[in-house]
Design a protein around this ligand. Structure first.
Ligand code: NAD
Length: 238
């Protein structure tokens, strides 16, 4: 498959390695310093584009892929105020779009465990829940997209939580999220339930960026020739 990489930072470089290991051709690499090459004509030579750039550039990059009619697998976080309109645009105009806040298989298993725990905790009001995420110091958005996905699932499934709050004051209806920025950590997420007598903690800790990169390339393979919006649920079929 011919793959276009949009964003050639830490993730873009990991994804390039996985593309080559899986016998794909990287037909185009776009970053901030070669924007002149980011044309519809060049994009059209790719079967799928993989977009990992910056929160402020993701939207325009996705729209350029729509214009070229090339399915786009997006991993950039921190632009989700536009997410619903992009999904609508993709479904209405038949443009291929794939998004997940976290491409690692392990985190997607963790998402399912989180949903299950939130549902059963409706029967155990003595447990208070909170979350912590830890990432490298260059991460621009906080809380992480993964933490927001975990929080949305808890709010959907656990009746006593209505919203989430970053480093907020104590508020019984809000799920408290703490965001820590430390060294080179690729990503640690912990969901913690506490009762007067014990703790139940679930942690996913990424060893490297390789798991995210592999998931993105597998999603690109899935998206070749697809129209409309897709997510990890469509790919993994748990
Ligand atoms: N969904 C996931 O599984 C997942 C996993 C890891 C990271 N991420 C997210 O992916 C994004 C990228 O992460 P990273 O660690 O590679 O960041 P990074 O800062 O290392 O790389 C971002 C790259 O985008 C480039 N860029 C800036 N403007 C651009 C533009 N207009 N077009 C194309 N490229 C442009 C930058 O020059 C840089 O090279 C972040 O939002 C991060 O949170 C998501």
């Amino acid at each position: 498959m011919n793959i276009a990489l949009i964003g050639y930072g830490k993730m873009g470089k990991e994804i390039e390695q996985i593309c080559l290991e899986r016998n794909h051709t990287v037909s185009l690499i776009i970053d901030i310093n070669n924007q002149a090459d980011f044309t519809v004509e060049n994009l059209k030579k790719a079967d799928v584009a993989i977009e990992f750039s910056k929160p402020e550039t993701a939207l325009a990059n996705i729209r350029k892929c729509f214009e070229a009619d090339v399915p786009v697998v997006c991993g950039t976080t921190g632009w989700l105020e536009h997410f619903d309109s992009i999904v609508k645009e993709s479904n209405e105009s038949g443009k291929g779009f794939f998004y997940t806040s976290n491409y690692s298989l392990g985190v997607n298993i963790f998402f399912k465990m989180n949903q299950f725990l939130a549902k059963i905790m409706n029967n155990f009001p003595q447990y208070e829940v909170e979350m912590e995420e830890v990432h490298h110091t260059q991460k621009l958005d906080a809380p992480s997209g993964t933490a927001i996905s975990l929080a949305h699932d808890i709010i959907k499934d656990l009746d006593r939580k209505q919203n989430w709050q970053l480093d907020g004051q104590d508020n019984a209806e809000a799920l408290k999220i703490t965001a820590v920025r430390r060294d080179t950590v690729p990503g640690i997420h912990t969901v913690k339930y506490e009762s007067p007598v014990d703790f139940i903690e679930m942690t996913h800790s990424a060893k490297s960026r390789k798991g995210f990169a592999l998931g993105a390339v597998v999603a690109a393979e899935f998206m070749a020739g697809k129209k409309g919006a897709f997510s990890m649920d469509d790919l993994l079929k748990f």
